[in-house]
Design a protein. Structure first.
Length: 354
């Protein structure tokens, strides 16, 4: 025998009692940690998980699921995994769920109602214990049907009627205001906006914040300075080229998400303009590429980790509590302005007449 593969024989199967003894807790506590059937403090949970890892204890998830009727899986529906914001928040939700003993099935709806409906059927067939929608566009009929099926729901990043589900939102109007006000404080007066799809509440709210900042500063809201995009890279490029071709182009642009902002930067460079010396740009989301781009992107940061934690907290509250008759919760989180290299103070020039 190759001595490098020698090991001590161990014919004794690790039991839940072994885990409890090593962690210094009761068998009941270990069971609650494994099954998620009762709240266990973070300290005790970590002791149990470390003991399980050290002993190599692997609970039989399939057998337990068949006995209990629980699958310990969650569903997550997002509209566009190519958008790094959705990739990042999906990763955060998956990690939190995994640490609580749950697996996550991620469905990319591509903002297609039929595709979304199909995926919801798949999730129900898989007997997921709860579903999270991130900026997904389920109709009220579908949400009512899910509620009738007894599936706990949490919505995030898109406004829905409060009676349908708990919802976690960002104050998008404030984010648009922060971005535009930053440009105003830098001395910019001809500030444009590339919005997202006009029918979506996050996009409309961001434009509302842009408008409010201009009005408060006594600046005109010029219709030709507001261009619609679709939250994808290419529409940011097209929108910026349109703005640069105006007879009186802007000296700064607030762009409603970072993906479109990167497209806008490409358009600026294609016209041999210097960023930020000749035009300033602010994005929205603070995806990981925002700090890695050149120049690094000034942007409005969404609190992704906080949003993911709140979504899971609300979902588990619905899953593990007698929530019948419990009032739906509506949580609003605040964005933050992250100043990097794509904006700078405007060197004052003689005012142009419009």
């Amino acid at each position: 025998m190759n001595p490098g593969f020698a090991r001590e024989p161990n014919n004794t199967a690790v039991t839940i009692q072994d885990v409890a003894d090593l962690a210094g807790v009761s068998i009941t506590t270990v069971s609650h940690v494994i099954n998620g059937t009762r709240f266990v403090s973070e300290d005790l949970t970590q002791r149990v998980l470390q003991a399980m890892d050290q002993l190599g204890y692997k609970p039989n998830l399939l057998a337990r699921g068949l006995r209990s009727g629980r699958t310990r899986t969650l569903g997550l529906v997002v509209p566009d995994m190519a958008n790094l914001f959705f990739a990042e928040i999906s990763r955060a939700i998956e990690e939190i769920a995994f640490n609580r003993g749950y697996s996550l099935i991620i469905c990319n709806s591509a903002d297609n109602p039929e595709k979304e409906k199909t995926y919801l059927g798949v999730l129900l067939a898989k007997q997921v214990e709860g579903i999270i929608f991130i900026s997904a566009g389920s109709s009220e009929d579908i949400l009512n049907e899910l509620e009738r099926c007894g599936v706990p729901l949490v919505y995030a990043d898109r406004e829905i009627p409060s009676q349908l589900a708990d919802v976690v939102l960002l104050d998008n109007e404030f984010g648009g205001y922060l971005a535009t006000n930053h440009l105003i404080q830098l001395g910019h007066r001809q500030i444009a906006c590339i919005s997202g799809p006009s029918g979506l509440t996050p996009s409309a709210d961001r434009v509302a914040g842009y408008r409010r900042a201009l009005v408060e500063a006594g600046l005109p809201v010029c219709p030709e300075y507001i261009v619609s995009g679709d939250f994808h890279y290419h529409s940011g490029e097209i929108g910026m080229l349109h703005l640069l071709d105006l007879e009186d182009p802007p000296d700064a642009v607030f762009i409603s998400n970072d993906m479109m902002a990167f497209g806008s930067i490409r358009a600026v460079r294609s016209r041999n303009l210097r960023l930020p010396e000749q035009i300033s740009i602010v994005g929205f989301d603070d995806i990981i590429l925002a700090q890695a781009s050149s120049p690094a992107l000034t942007t409005i940061a969404q609190p992704i980790q906080q949003m993911a934690e709140k979504v899971i907290e609300l979902l588990f509250m619905r899953m593990h509590s007698n929530s019948a008759g419990m009032e739906r919760q509506r949580v609003i989180l605040k964005p933050e302005l992250i100043i990097r290299d794509s904006t700078r103070a405007l060197i004052q020039q003689p005012e142009r007449t419009r």
